[in-house]
Design a protein around this ligand. Sequence first.
Ligand SMILES: NC(=O)C1=CN([C@@H]2O[C@H](COP(=O)(O)OP(=O)(O)OC[C@H]3O[C@@H](n4cnc5c(N)ncnc54)[C@H](OP(=O)(O)O)[C@@H]3O)[C@@H](O)[C@H]2O)C=CC1
Ligand SMILES: CC(C)(CO)C(=O)C(=O)O
Length: 328
Amino acid sequence: MRVCVFGAGAIGGHLAARLARGGAEVSVVARGATLAAIRERGITVVARDATFEARPAASDDPAALGPQDAVVVTVKGHQLAGVAAGIAPLRRAGTPVAFVMNGIPWWYFDRHGGPLDGTALPAIDPGGAVRAAVGVERTVGGVVYSACTITAPGRIEVENERSRVVFGGLDGTVGEPVRALAAALEAGGMGAPIVPDIRREVWAKLVSNLSNGPLCLLSRQGLAATLRDPAALEAARAGLEEGVAIARGLGIALDVDPAARVAASRSTAHKPSILQDMEAGKPIEMEAMLVQPLALARMAGVPTPVLDLLVGLARSAAEATGQYRPAA
Ligand SMILES: NC(=O)C1=CN([C@@H]2O[C@H](COP(=O)(O)OP(=O)(O)OC[C@H]3O[C@@H](n4cnc5c(N)ncnc54)[C@H](OP(=O)(O)O)[C@@H]3O)[C@@H](O)[C@H]2O)C=CC1
Ligand SMILES: CC(C)(CO)C(=O)C(=O)O
């Protein structure tokens, strides 16, 4: 199958290399030093199970890559609007577009059912640009578990044992191309389950990002070093519990043990992607991962005093360095 990964950074590069290893005909949309490195040397993944290379076609012009059987979008939340128009030349009728990103996705309330069905999230998808360019009917949700760091352009190190991407359709169903995409990832060594309730998966992962992310951003250290402090560990646990309460307020009962989850986070030295961006002086993925979940908490009437403090301080730190500018 022909698959294009849009945004060949840490996660996109890892997925592209796994897909190629699994037999897919892969291309990537990349730019700058990443594009130059992939064209020259391909992508190298250094993971626990293997070190391997892939040589996908690469371009900064999606039209040069042509229509695909599936598209996987792996940019940062604040970069989404900038890639919307570029997705059109990659698709033909029936091409699914999977958004494999952290945080509240732009499509969260599309095909949601109930009174909130169709609620737009302008802070995530300003002006509905992504919805208009992609179309809800071809959109697929994706939640990725893979602790990745770019150590040089085109070279990605993966810290966790076995990575996985969970896919799911907005109405609980997916078509054959998504099953083929998942099969190629599995063949490449990455788990790729397809689930009937992708919103549950969004929250199951997000509760960790919400609680751990701001703490690491504030401590400027990776997970293990940050959570070594007993007060930080307790704040992470309490924040995680609040995240579970927000999900519950939105109708999703998570089966998560907060204490066990933060203990597991403490076992990895990984610097969360928002801290990597902070250190690199890049914009922080604040809106989708931290700010919007708390907006949904307000919508659901769920109090979140610990997360309000953690996210408030992280937000203020990122605003102070010019790495987060709230939408006007
Ligand atoms: N890194 C990690 O360990 C994890 C990250 N995630 C999530 O995955 C998503 C992707 O994160 P991550 O891979 O870390 O991010 P990266 O910044 O490493 O990758 C995003 C890539 O997309 C590129 N890009 C953005 N816009 C364009 C464009 N218009 N044209 C071409 N290329 C473009 C970026 O280029 P440029 O650098 O030039 O901007 C960059 O190479 C995020 O939602 C993140 O939260 C989830 C789990 C773990
Ligand atoms: C920390 C991790 C791997 C999982 O919580 C993540 O999602 C990130 O780095 O953005």
